[in-house]
Design a protein. Structure first.
Length: 159
């Protein structure tokens, strides 16, 4: 983990005012493999593609087990992806804090998702000392516009 983690996260901002990540994709994956292994089991084939200032991008690979009747990706699979993407974004920016938890989650399903991989991009809107607020846009290749949009709030435990 980078030395920037020792500095308060709300003080590490880019010129554009975005918070810089303190964990790389590899560090985040290693931490989540231990602390959140359920996202690697069965049909939950989730990859962390990138972290950047104020963002994290994850992909939920295609799996038959994630389909609902009618052949579309199920709502629960999309909700799990969105929540996991926000968790990854929060951790990437505050460091390895396993007890950061979801306190609010809302999702809007906008288009019928195809039976294919879904990409979720989580964006931190506010990263404070005790709360992180963000939104998550979920897209698919070949589908114009997002298939779903979620908002999420995380509680950050005191350090």
């Amino acid at each position: 983990m980078t030395g920037a983690c020792k500095q308060s996260w709300w003080k590490r901002k880019t010129e554009a005012g975005l918070v810089k990540p303190v964990m790389s994709v590899a560090e985040l994956e290693a931490f989540l493999e231990i602390e959140f292994p359920q996202m690697r089991m069965g049909a939950q084939i989730t990859r962390i593609e990138a972290v950047g200032p104020g963002t994290a991008t994850l992909t939920l690979g295609f799996a038959e087990e994630n389909l609902r009747p009618g052949g579309t990706v199920s709502g629960p699979a999309m909700m799990a992806l969105a929540d996991y993407a926000m968790y990854a974004a929060v951790l990437a920016h505050i460091g390895p804090v396993a007890l950061a938890v979801t306190t609010n989650f809302t999702i809007n399903f906008l288009r019928k998702p195809q039976p294919a991989a879904i990409v979720a991009t989580a964006r931190l809107l506010k990263l404070g000392k005790v709360l992180a607020v963000g939104d998550i846009e979920m897209t698919q290749a070949g589908v114009s516009g997002p298939v779903a949009h979620a908002t999420c709030t995380y509680s950050i435990p005191p350090r």
